[in-house]
Ligand binder design. Sequence first.
Ligand code: HDE
Length: 750
Amino acid sequence: MAPPTHENEPAGEPSIPGRPGPETPQLEEPTTPREPLPAKRDQSGPEVYSPTGDPVDADPEVRAQTGPRLTTAQGLRLPDTDHSLKAGERGPVLLQDHHLREKVMHFDHERIPERVVHARGAAAHGVFRGYGTAAQVCKAGFLAKDAETPVFVRFSTVLGSRGSADTVRDTRGFATKFYTAEGTFDLVGNNIPVFFIQDAIKFPDIIHAGKPHPDREIPQAQSAHDTFWDFVSLHTEATHHTFWNMSDRGIPRSFRMMEGFGIHTFRLVNAQGDTTLVKFHWKPKAGVHSLMWEEAQIANGIDPDFHRRDLADAIEAGAYPEWELGIQTFPDTPEQTFEGIDLLDPTKIVPEEWAPVQPIGRMTLTANPSNFFDETEQVAFHPGHLVPGIDITDDPLLAGRLFSYLDTQISRLGGPNFAQIPINRTHAPVNDMLRDGMHQTAVHSGVAPYHPNSLDGGCPFQAGAAEGGYVEVPLEIASGARKVREQPASFDDHTTQTRRFWLSLTPVEREHVIAAYTFELSKCYEDTVKERNLRVLADIDPVLCTQVAAGLGMPAPDPSGPLPQLDPSPALSQLGGSWPTDGRVLGIVADENSDLAALASLRGAVLDGGMVPLVIAPHGGTLKSGGAAPVVVQRTFANARSIEFDALLVAGVPAQGDDAYGARDVKAGQGLGSGGTDPRVLHLLAEAYRHAKALGAWGGGGDVLSAAGCPAGVPGVIVDDDPHTVLDQVRTLLETHRVWDRFPPAPSVY
Ligand code: HDE
């Protein structure tokens, strides 16, 4: 066969596509930035396209496969996916059935390793809007006035496995990915402002101590066991964080009702290059609220997805969760302390009364993920994902995190290309010169993935210092420093701030702390572990120590020295304010004899008030009676449990005729008839009462409340003839979350 002709080619050696031929004029080495060459396909972010040139997913939002017909992974249409290929209908399955092997092979590999910590999580999309108030201290573009930035937030527990329950006593992760125009910024925080350890080298120790015992793999997602309490009593820098876990912060009512903290001190840089030290805070619009411990335990069994469901339901109902982002600012002095507090010590806070939290923007979560695995599971946060204007400090805990997150993500996400997974893709242009590796999805063009180059016209060029990131502030590193495995003496105080937290709590909150320590330590088998922890508590407060010791039936030790007099920090208490009731869940108990017209009108009023009404009835379907329109039932006496509701109302009977359920024709024990009220309803109401929840009833519903032991007149039990009056008063009670004065705490905790 004759060789092909290359009409336009110069004579001599044929050119290789993409490389200059021998006659091509010599390229000059580029020295100064100039207009770049037209963007290569991979310069606008990792893009999936076929090497034949056809975009595979023209729409970057397309995440699922498309097309009306079932296919193999190779696009072959399939007429049957329900039967393996067999030699005769009763014969052996044939190895040549590629569809069978591909389908089962893929299924076999659907699971990936779970996160080594924070495995259990739930997430949502939203938007962050800057107030512009940070401009004096930070040049980051996304903080500018009215700048809008898409965000993805993942909340998590720390200790439990992926399938563990939501409402365990634990710290909660609060990780936010800001997809800014200058690159991705991750604020990877927790709902507790301090951490167990001051140096990352101890992270494996605290996590090994908290995880289930290695021999029997129990208990799951709990700190109430010997190894955890053994470690925290031997390692007293964990005292402050442990105390926060034992406070109500360890059992949040909802992800929507948690504060978030960056914990470490960060360094902000403004347009003039001036630096300021800051701590980041998220403040929830709905207030900071918690479950009662008994509620949390019941929820673990009744609804292990309690927090996950709450977040998704609230967003679906349009009750969008909101937080304000704020900063505490401190002068960037060489000492890096504020009022004697070492800002590099992650076991310390700075009381808000000393350095107020200044709002710099607002985050609203507006959409649930469309695929849990693709988004919530595969998202990869990193505290080193920073943008110009935000920098790290020398907190030794933060330094270790900067190493750990990338490292763990390589094994969890199967290789180094996880930044190309849709949820992890930055919204800024990418031209990173990173190439190849497992699961590479971009088909890069160009021949010169190195810098400097001349073959790709010098592209990509480096940014100038003014517009680039990771431009270090040239701060002096301690002069005359030696290499040491030591920490400053300021890190040694482990109890003063814990004591301040205790003194800042209201009596009812203190009672909860005592109950939590008593519960957890009572689950330990070793007396020495309990004794050592009581010694730690003695150095926080004698009342705390004495009460816990009494609960354990052990002697209370004396403190190791005099305890300091400290001013409380009221901002640390969760009580004392009132908050919006958006998204709160009201259960309305009713049966066929209830006033269905009033019930329907009340449901409408609850919805208009931005809350969620759930009708609880003897059976599912609808309630029908007389001429009233049927009312749809959301829960039944068999599947409703009090923990799901923030308040409960009992419907009244119609005004005409008898005014009590007792005279109604219901089978004894199956409806609301007083004397014969279904025991599950009595349990539901009594449990809500015990958890200090608001209760209300109109008409004959008051009798049902009385039968459950919650008569009108006790705090937080509202009975009136007008259902709308009842609703108004219950809503007011909900603004403070619970009816706190129903059970005054014992005088011993004052
Ligand atoms: Fe993490 N942490 N962490 N952590 N952390 C991880 O990274 C680590 C710490 C936090 O929803 C891991 O991708 C070390 C403090 C959150 O995906 C891992 C140390 C704070 C999440 C890791 C800490 C956090 C993680 C596991 C001590 C609050 C979940 C999976 C130096 C400021 C992020 C992963 C998500 C996840 C390491 C301490 C928050 C192993 C070594 C302090 C919210 O890399």
